[in-house]
Design a protein around this ligand. Sequence first.
Ligand code: BG6
Length: 476
Amino acid sequence: MSEKREFLWGGALAANQCEGAYLEDGRLPSSCDLLPDAAHGRWDVMYHPCKILETDYGFYPSHEAIDFYHSYKEDLKLLAESGIKALRLSISWTRIYPNGEEETPNEKGLQFYEDLFKECLKYGMEPVVTLCHFDVPVNLIKKYGSWTNRIMIDLYAKYARTVLERYKDLVKYWLTFNEINMITHIPYLGGGLLVDKDDKNFNSIVYNAAHNQLLASAKAVEIAKEISSDLKMGCMMAAGSFYPYSCNPNDVMEAVTCNNKNYIFIDVQMNGEYSGFAKNHFKKLGVEIKMEEGDIELLKNNTCDYLGFSYYSSRLISTDPEHLKNVADGNAITTLRNPYLQITKWGRQIDPVGLRVTMNDLYSRYHKPLFIVENGLGVEDKMDEKGEIHDDYRIEYIDQHITQLKKAILEDGVECIGYLVWGIIDIISAGGGEIDKRYGLVYVDKHNDGSGDLKRYVKDSFHWYKNKIQEEKIYE
Ligand code: BG6
């Protein structure tokens, strides 16, 4: 990738958090459609999903979400006014293969994404597409236990081939799995796994399921290369480097270990093999990865072209039991409270410099282009009587992160394809299922209790972002 191309300023969304229309035009439910909202115990269910298939929890935000399925034309027209150059979207697997294993794909689903991607291009927005943003067809969970079963590799490969072939001329940037490391933290969200946190075989189940995802990811890369050398295949992780709490060497070493753990899957997708750390880690946990003939070659020969990542904050670790008591929200990955950082109402710490640290860590580890495919601030916004939303806190957050990403690129020499604001339009939160935890530059009139008319309003941050990305010249 040449340094002389345009930096992709943009935004990001995910099908299960924005589309709604969950049973329309032949679509069938996916794993995310079975997750209730926060008031009905979304986190309890995520950690103990064993009864999820037979329980009615009441309210499911993704069934309607923000109805992007029907409103995407107006939404894209509005987003285009901000001048963004890229929009990350995901394809809902069950719109294409509703039960995951039909002979032929659902044409209505295929047509929807074709229209959507064409509409993006009409406004000069490059679609950046995630093949699997957490959602797994429910039928595959019931019948095969989702990613615990190797049959998933071929089913995913078939789905990937269908969409890669269909959209090869519309979409250049692809991501195989969203936040692949999430599966070890929230296995139901990360892989549709019905394993409880306290299951004695937890590690073995989860790491073997992740192995199957890695093989599926490699197959998708292999298929893409066969279809066209123009396609850029990326992997994606929930990033955020671990800092040591102190300069005590034990703390420093603990941070190294936590980072190594967090990179286990991305090491495979970028380097083509499990690291020495991973192999020893599996041994310590008593995990045996069920390797079959051809696995090693498949992984080796199909590494990714770039590394996509989400960044919300750095993380902190210590070996001191006293410090270990004071935790904060690390986007599902445990972190300690860093006394130097501010914290949001949802417990998430704010660390713009940590973005620069993380970019340096990732780039020096893999030497391939990075792509910040998620970053943003989830808070409650208030609309005033004039219908305006003055979100100066979000402007400050994004501005500070952009300052640091520029330093990483321009001072530290990190290669980066673009920067995408997460949830550029308010969407359903993946963790809590709330909509009142808002990331958007566009406000959606919808609330946690289901009220609201879904009307869109631009926030102050929308205007600010428009000016900012017009002024910023990276790689020019
Ligand atoms: C990432 C996910 O983990 O973080 C998104 O890829 C998610 O799907 C985002 O929405 C923010 O997390 P949350 O829980 O605040 O929605």
